[in-house]
Design a protein around this ligand. Structure first.
Ligand SMILES: [Zn+2]
Length: 287
């Protein structure tokens, strides 16, 4: 696990060791952590690195979205305000009944037990911490509003990005899967919101992006993914207009426009197609 300095006042772990990437921003009187990684053990290690290499106590934790690989380390920061969008927190009761129920956690442990036994053990004695501070559209931290947390939706309902104005650093959460096929198959995934968020980012003076997965990148990565998303959107809509069903697409193993990356596409592409078909089909029925 390596804590990499991104700019003068920002750091991130993007080597995959925490599963979802994590990061932090230092401003006067604050050290703000962004996401917590997949397990409490990994979060503890991340916190130790902050202490060793930055040496400032953590004051707040922001969660970009509710996927387990970004939030299950939250119990290691229990004494700090835990910030997330209102829409994200509204989804917590559902998560606590489903994948984070005792049965759901047990299934997750079993899923990893064979391939990653040590990791599976890290999910024992897990406590789910519900965010303590919420916001609707956006919220700022710092005396000069240096840190802007913006609700975007897209990847999941309630997803947010974090922008550090003084150094033009964007913590994009899972809007950006750098150099790999994105996961766009969540049951709350909203393709138009994701596309809109990409277009907004392209208009911002962003210099460096800390993605939710993969290495640091810049706006070129957003261009690449946005181009593909627009092609995929057009393809899905075109099929629906022709009355072609998801069932037919799946039988024909039609994978749509060629993606920019095949890394992780084997599992993520089919679920993306399924979600996007369902999303646009519901949208067309509504008119
Ligand atoms: Zn995610």
């Amino acid at each position: 696990m390596q804590l990499e300095q991104v700019s003068k006042s920002t750091w991130a772990i993007v080597d995959g060791s925490t599963y979802g990437n994590v990061g932090c921003i230092r401003i006067p009187n604050h050290l703000v952590v962004i996401d917590t990684g997949m397990t409490p053990v990994l979060a503890r290690e991340f916190r130790k690195l902050i202490q060793k290499e930055i040496g400032t106590p953590v004051t707040e934790v922001i969660l970009t979205h509710y996927h387990s690989d970004h939030v299950l380390g939250a119990q290691e920061f229990q004494e700090c305000p835990l910030i997330a969008s209102k829409k994200m927190v509204e989804h917590y009761p559902t998560l606590l009944k489903e994948q984070w129920s005792p049965k759901g956690i047990e299934e997750m442990r079993k899923f990893y037990a064979e391939t990653e036994p040590a990791f599976s053990r890290q999910l024992e004695n897990l406590t789910i911490i519900t965010p303590t501070q919420t916001f609707k559209n956006s919220i700022f931290l710092g005396k000069d509003k240096e840190i802007e947390i913006q609700h975007t939706g897209g990847h999941t309902v309630g997803h947010s990005t974090i922008y550090f104005h003084p150094e033009n650093i964007l913590f994009a959460g899972d809007l950006v899967f750098c150099e790999q096929y994105p996961y766009a198959g969540d049951p709350t995934n909203n393709p138009p919101d994701w596309i809109k968020a990409f277009e907004t980012i392209l208009e911002m003076p962003v210099e460096t992006i800390v993605p939710g997965h993969g290495p640091l990148c810049g706006k070129a990565e957003i261009h690449t993914q946005l181009t593909y998303f627009k092609q995929l959107e057009e393809w899905v809509k075109g099929k629906l207009v022709q009355g072609i069903t998801l069932d037919t697409i799946q039988k024909e193993e039609d994978m749509g426009p060629p993606p920019p990356y095949n890394v992780r596409a084997e599992r993520r592409l089919p679920v993306t197609i399924e979600r996007w078909f369902n999303f646009y089909s519901a949208e067309m029925k509504q008119g």
